[in-house]
Design a binder for this molecule. Sequence first.
Ligand code: MUC
Ligand code: MG
Length: 373
Amino acid sequence: MTATISAIEAILVDLPTIRAHQLAMTTMQQQTLVIVRLRCSDGVEGMGEATTIGGLSYGEESPESIKLTIDTYLAPALVGQDASNVHGAMARLNKVARGNRFAKSALESAMLDAQGKRLGVPLATLLGGAVRDTLPVLWTLASGDTGRDIEEAEGLLEQRRHNTFKLKIGRRSVRDDVAHVSAIKRALGDRARVTVDVNQAWNEAEAAVGIAALEAAGIDLIEQPTPREHRAALARLAARFVVPIMADEAVTGPEDAMELARLGAADVFALKIAKSGGIFGMLRTAAVGDAAGIALYGGTMLEGAVGTIAAAHGFCTLPQLAWGTELFGPLLVKDDIVTERPVFKDFALHLPQGPGLGLAIDEDKLAHYRRKV
Ligand code: MUC
Ligand code: MG
């Protein structure tokens, strides 16, 4: 008999970060995960995660709104449905709710985790198979202090944990940001790649000045310099500079990807399962990038282990992933709610090999870190 979905629980989990994480729009002192537990009539349980950055400062869904959306609208639409028909379930969710991609992504991951466990195969195998079992992972330097960032990078190079560093800029003046980035690049030299993420903070004129200086300083990639809606500005910047421009906030699903490709607005797409409404949405976005000759990068919403590993299974199946990934979220939090935390070594994340996500919930940790009120 076909298994059906019997219950769905969305749990807010507050985890402390190892240090403050400064971005253009917020400073994170902790990270809140929305963990989904999806129980099925055959006893199989799947888990998923929806996480954002800084409440509502990054996207249109907050952890609290994701939980409310799942509890009130999405879970009731799934309970009683065939647990092994993921496309059918997602079509149903897209009928009952517009948008809310982060919430939908968590549910899709949980269904895929359950189905993988049911069939005894890793999630990547369900997707057609992995073409790699490790993913290069960069680290974001965002302590807010240049000296401390350099020290952090030196330590991570020494440990062979990361050899690419992304700097979060856009909070200060262009001049101060350029000085900060250039100092870090000078200190690290050819031993590391350095990229920047402006998180939409510059207007086009600021971006032109900033990118010219960053290009001269040897920076390898410029992520989302201008507001997501200003596609023509991004296209002009991409045409003007040799250093590649990456779209992040501007590219959510395949439709955005299509339009950016048509405009020639980006050299690289940052893919994220959350903003594409799940792994399949991310794969469709990637396919448009492939068709347009745009390089791909595996992005993060700074998820913990569950969301990170869900994304990793998807990224491991992509034919090309020229810019590697930034799946370092599990390393930014002090602790997590799984029994075995993801393995990062030799500059890469190693994909777990067990069925589904290949992760198990640590019930004591979940009880400890779940939000009590
Ligand atoms: C973003 O905008 O890319 C990724 C790494 C990081 O530090 O923040 C995120 C979000
Ligand atoms: Mg970004």
